[in-house]
Every structure is written in C-alpha cells, then in structure tokens.
Ligand binder design. Structure first.
Ligand SMILES: CC(C)(COP(=O)(O)OP(=O)(O)OC[C@H]1O[C@@H](n2cnc3c(N)ncnc32)[C@H](O)[C@@H]1OP(=O)(O)O)[C@@H](O)C(=O)NCCC(=O)NCCS
Length: 299
C-alpha cells in the first residue's frame, strides 16, 4: 500500500476482524485516515499497530492507545502495540474496545504477580528425552514419570494433534484443527513439542520463530482435560525455551487468553513479565477474547 510519502505493511485479518500494521515508514498521520477507511469498508473493528520505540509517537499522536509491549521483539528492541477501534454499524458505541471480563482478568494478573515468583525459575520435574539435539542434555536430570515423554512433534503426529486441537478449541485464530496446516508450519517456522502418555498425546505447545529478529512466540498451549494441573504445560514451555536458547533466540513472549488462570499462572511462574493486554483481540473460545502479553529475555 502506498499513501503519499508513507508506506505500511498491513495484514487484513478477517478471522479476527482486525487490521494489523506490522511496519510503516513516513508520517503515520498520512496512513491513519486510509486505515480507518479500509477498516470501515471491510467491517474490521480493530486496527493494531506494531512499532519500535522510535516510531511510537506516530500512532500516539493519531489517538491510538498503547495496549502493551513485547520486550525484545526486534532483536533486543521492544515492540509497542497500539490499537484503535473504529466505530461503525457493526461496532456501535465502541463495543469492540470494551473489555467484558476486565475485573476477572485483573484479578488473575494480580494473583500471578502476588505469588513470590523468581525470574527464570525452572520447574521442579525435568523431562525425559529420547531425541537428539538439546533434549539430550536433560537426560541427566530426574525423568518424568515413566509413562510420560516429552518430544518434538513429527509428521506422523499431525493427525492426532489436529484432532486434539479441534476438541480443545471451539474457535482458534490459526487453523490448528487442519493436519495440512500443522504439517506446513512444522516444516517452516514453528516448533511443536508434545507430551505423550503411553503413546497418546496429552499436552501440546509450540514456538513460532522469527529467526531474523531472534524472538519467538510461545503459543498453541493445550493439555487434555484429564491431564491438567500436573505441570505438563510448564514442562513444555521450559523445553521450548531451552530449544530456542540453543538456537540462539534472544527472547520469548506469549499472547495468552487473559481469562485463563492456568496459562497466565504458568508463564508468571516461569519468570515472564506481564506487559499488557490486547482487548477483544482474537476470536477464540466462544468469541472475541482479551489477550495478555507475557515476555522473557532468554539471553
Ligand atoms: C491452560 C492449560 C494449557 C494449562 O495446562 P496444564 O498442563 O494444566 O498446566 P500446568 O499443570 O502446567 O499448570 C500451570 C500452572 O497453572 C496452575 N493452574 C492450572 N490450571 C489451573 C486452574 N484451572 N486454576 C488455577 N490455576 C491453575 C497450576 O497450578 C500451575 O501453577 P504453578 O506454576 O503455581 O505450579 C490447560 O488448562 C488447557 O489446555 N486449557 C484449555 C486450552 C487453553 O485455554 N489454552 C491456553 C491458550 S492461550
């Protein structure tokens, strides 16, 4: 897109009904009117702008609100996330900008931060390993209970993973329920790890890697209901961090459901810092949900 002297790299995210501006050059004032017009034409209720610190004044002066920061997103440099909620017939009275569960979500973050958490604290139960690479190093530690194994997902897992994700998430921003999507991403920029018990997958998580900037988003966390509360997701997050560190990634972050006690507690207890909340950001669960940002420098 070219608007006067300014340029913007934008993503029309129809599933989540929003426009994402991943980069821009030139005065943001020249872009903002066009973004608003596009949002209205396409009936997209949120415009979200990712920007490094030196360009943050652009969206700020155009009335965008800073909703959060991702630490180290651009090779040790922070990313500031600004949002605007255009008002039009689909979203009368600014309804998209209203967080419907703010009180509960605030309480969850407060509880997470109240606990005496040590930054970078590692979990109590290290994992078993049967693979090569950095997993090998964990062999010396106390293993998981015998019937649980943590390992990277492979092609043959895709069908079972798709079915578990399909049962776990009614809606999800990416098509995790599609085997073809899992296979495509597995062999590009996404590292999927899983825990299996007696040959059955019981917990999953992934890291979406931005190799250029050395940052990765930890995402797609799910434990089957019967295995929850056993520390499995924390084991997976720690294993992902280790692998990211081995691959020289500098930082990790997550955008996680603000209303989930389990996932917020997991990241808080592993030394992640809470850095903001993106209101009605993703269609997940029963509708739009707020997403909390948690960040950690790995090096
Ligand atoms: C969120 C989820 C992945 C957690 O998985 P899990 O394997 O049960 O998590 P863990 O056992 O590793 O627990 C992590 C922490 O959360 C706590 N926790 C887990 N479930 C909890 C709950 N329902 N209420 C309060 N705390 C909870 C654990 O006690 C642990 O805390 P600690 O660090 O103080 O020990 C799981 O509940 C799930 O699959 N939910 C549905 C899918 C989902 O919403 N995923 C998140 C997408 S962003």
């Amino acid at each position: 897109m070219k608007v006067l002297e300014s340029r913007a790299e934008i993503v029309f995210d129809y599933y989540n009904r929003r426009i994402r501006v991943m980069d821009f050059t030139g005065p943001f004032e020249e872009i903002s009117g066009t973004l608003e017009a596009l949002a209205k034409a396409e009936e997209l209720g949120k415009i979200i702008v990712y920007t490094p610190p030196e360009k943050r004044h652009g969206p700020e002066t155009c009335g965008y609100m800073e909703e959060g920061i991702i630490r180290g997103y651009y090779t040790r440099k922070d990313c500031h996330i600004f949002s605007s909620y255009p008002v039009f017939s689909c979203y009368p009275q600014n309804s998209r900008r209203i967080s419907f569960h703010e009180e509960k979500e605030e309480q969850i973050v407060k509880n997470c931060l109240r606990k005496d958490r040590k930054a970078g604290k590692l979990p109590q139960k290290p994992v078993d390993s049967r693979r090569n690479g950095s997993w090998k190093k964990q062999k010396e530690k106390i293993p998981f209970p015998e019937d649980y194994t943590l390992r990277p997902a492979v092609q043959a897992d895709a069908s079972a993973m798709a079915s578990i994700y399909c049962q776990g998430f009614q809606f999800y921003p990416t098509p995790l329920h599609m085997e073809s999507y899992l296979l495509k991403t597995m062999y590009s920029n996404v590292l999927y790890l899983l825990v299996e018990k007696q040959g059955k997958i019981v917990s999953l998580a992934s890291a979406e890697m931005d190799s250029e900037n050395g940052s990765a988003e930890i995402t797609d966390c799910l434990t089957v209901p019967s295995e929850r509360g056993k520390g499995l997701i924390k084991e997976l997050i720690v294993a992902l961090e280790k692998e990211l560190s081995a691959r020289n990634f500098l930082s990790a972050y997550t955008l996680c459901r603000a209303s989930s006690y389990g996932i917020n507690t997991a990241f808080a207890s592993l030394g992640y810092a809470y850095t903001g909340r993106l209101v009605n950001n993703c269609r997940i669960g029963r509708g739009f949900e707020d997403m909390n940002i948690w960040c950690k420098m790995l090096k």
